[in-house]
Design a protein around this ligand. Structure first.
Ligand code: SF4
Length: 242
């Protein structure tokens, strides 16, 4: 298919939509959700995954499930037992006490009820604020809990691949830190988008970062959004096509 050339300086909202359409065509939207966990399990999974390979955090999650019958049992277990169960993640000595602190905080707030399904009845900003007031929970984790869990709420997570692609495309300034980028990149999406559309957007940008817009040597000459990308165009003009 012939792609018409567009100016790299399009307004960010319009550019975000063009990028979405192009990358969705390449990566095959709608993209199937990879999890169907309850929101508390998704929160545990997200806390384990920080700076850890998916295979290792998945193993730690399964170990926790196999060793403790409930999340209440994880909350009340001796710290060393939890630390042993999550030994495959990076920094288990920090993540185990953090996990227990989060579980205790949820119990305290909810009168012992650990389920987080009530978040599905709140507006997305309120649900995110509730989650982000837990210890160690930032915007990426709050969005992951709402979007990836069976709640399926339209909250946009931004991982390192998604962030890199967004900066290079000029959707946000490189001076915006990844935490604050969540609000700015979310604001570029149409307010009526459902969870599948928001998920597709996140996944398409993340996959693009993994498969084309590499950290060190992005493959700009074969990139389907080169005409929208000032950073890629400068790179190609300097004779560094990837
Ligand atoms: S043109 Fe290059 S820098 Fe821009 S999004 Fe594509 S691969 Fe990344």
């Amino acid at each position: 298919m012939e792609i018409p050339e567009l100016p790299a300086s399009l307004p960010p909202r319009e550019k975000a939509l063009r990028v979405h359409e192009r990358l969705c065509a390449v990566y095959g939207c709608p993209i199937p959700f990879f999890h169907d966990l309850d929101p508390l399990s998704e929160l545990i999974s997200a806390l384990l995954s920080h700076r850890t390979r998916n295979a290792d955090s998945g193993r730690a999650f399964r170990q926790l499930r196999a060793r403790f019958p409930t999340w209440e049992a994880v909350r009340d277990a001796p710290l060393l037992e939890v630390q042993e169960a999550v030994a495959s993640v990076t920094w288990p000595e920090q993540k185990a006490p953090r996990l227990q602190a989060v579980l205790r905080e949820i119990s305290a707030r909810r009168g012992g009820d650990m389920a987080l399904d009530f978040l599905g009845e709140l507006e997305v900003p309120q649900a995110r604020a509730w989650l982000e007031s837990l210890p160690g929970v930032g915007p990426k984790t709050s969005a992951a809990v709402l979007l990836f869990s069976r709640l399926r709420r339209p909250a946009l997570p931004v991982d390192s691949h998604h962030y890199r692609v967004a900066v290079r495309l000029g959707l946000i300034s490189a001076r915006v830190p990844v935490g604050r980028s969540h609000a700015l990149l979310s604001a570029l999406l149409p307010p009526g988008w459902d969870a599948q559309q928001v998920y597709d957007h996140h996944e398409a940008l993340m996959l693009h970062g993994q498969r084309c817009c590499f950290h060190l040597a992005p493959a700009c000459v074969r990139c389907p959004v080169l005409d929208l990308c000032p950073w890629g165009q400068q790179r190609v003009a300097r004779g560094k096509p990837g």
